[in-house]
Design a protein around this ligand. Structure first.
Ligand code: HSE
Length: 328
């Protein structure tokens, strides 16, 4: 009925004409340093390889869930805890009716508990694939709400800073009931993703955060976030560099990531405009001019290796598209 079989196939390939829909959902950075729970960006690697999760939804005689891909073995053994299943339930709740039987296949291309919006990618890919297979009854707002609800079951809280950019693409500001808004991003700036051989579940990284913070910190955080948003709209590079920092949650989470301070310092010394946790971590991201991005990655990764932790680098730009049908 259901298997979690690792493989290295880039995506499931349903036979043409079987009614199957396959959707790709990209990796992402939540928070973007200054915007805890309210800023995020969808990522497209410069090497052109798809970096994300795929979900295929196909009409079937009975419900079915299969998990494939390099990180399938790390998924929960109980199908009811799988984000794809949770997404299916969230879609049904929003539509207020049971769904027809579907064969769902998750190709898990993102590592779990990595800081790349892995749970959100599975949830978004599943919601969009199911919605497409059903003839698109949800609409954008319904897709966002269903994916957020499914993702929250893994992370412990509704936050859209991964879900929204994964779904719609671009750099996104979560603007409350108004819906996510796209922010401009300078063409020449790259995201350098630093991926350590560590895992940190978002639920755990949220559990270390204080329930309340002092008013002066709230003011400093608000000022910094507003400055970043202004810097992006105005194209003010020094202001962007000054505000690509996290005053609010990084101090609490950095101790959960061995080597954090050395890696951040190395990235900045190599010319990064900013460097912080990607989402809840343990991955870090740096922002650097295209000409410096590779050197920033190498210097920062070397710092992590000196701390005894293997680290991979991925250079990315903004993915302007977000989740999309790739076949079917
Ligand atoms: N905004 C979220 C957090 C991103 O920092 O907890 C991780 O899902």
């Amino acid at each position: 009925m259901r298997t979690n079989a690792p493989d290295h196939d880039p995506a499931p390939r349903p036979a043409a004409g079987d009614g199957a829909v396959t959707v790709f959902a990209p990796a992402s950075i939540g928070n973007l340093a200054a915007g805890f729970d309210v800023l995020g960006v969808a990522l497209a690697p410069l090497d052109g390889e798809p970096w994300g999760d795929f979900v295929t939804a196909a009409p079937a005689a009975a419900d079915e869930l299969r998990c494939r891909g390099p990180f399938a073995a790390r998924l929960p053994a109980d199908p009811r805890e799988n984000l794809v299943w949770r997404a299916r339930e969230a879609v049904a709740r929003r539509l207020g009716a049971p769904l027809p039987p579907l064969a769902l296949t998750l190709h898990k291309g993102l590592p779990v508990a990595s800081g790349l919006g892995s749970s959100a990618a599975s949830a978004v890919a599943a919601v969009v694939a199911i919605d497409e297979a059903l003839g698109r009854p949800l609409g954008d707002a319904g897709r966002l709400a269903a994916a957020a609800e499914a993702e929250a079951s893994a992370s412990g809280a509704i936050h859209l800073d991964n879900v929204a950019p994964i779904l719609f693409g671009g750099v996104r500001l979560i603007a409350g009931d108004a819906g996510p808004r796209e922010l401009p991003w300078p063409d020449d700036l790259r995201f350098v993703l630093l991926l350590p051989e560590l895992a940190l579940p978002t639920r755990q990284a949220r559990a270390v955060l204080p329930p309340a913070v002092p008013l002066p910190l709230v003011v400093a955080h608000a000022q910094n976030l507003a400055t970043l948003v202004h810097a992006l709209h105005a194209g003010e590079r020094p202001l962007l560099a000054a505000s690509l920092r996290d005053l609010l949650v990084e101090p609490h989470r950095a101790p959960l990531v061995p080597g954090f301070a050395a890696v951040q310092a190395a990235a900045r010394e190599a010319g990064a405009l900013g460097c912080s946790l990607s989402g809840a971590g343990p991955a870090l991201f740096a922002v650097a001019a295209a000409a410096h991005a590779a050197a920033v990655g190498e210097r920062a990764a070397a710092a992590w290796r000196r701390a005894g932790i293997a680290c991979r680098i991925r250079l990315c730009r903004v993915d302007p598209h977000g989740a999309r049908r790739v076949e079917g």
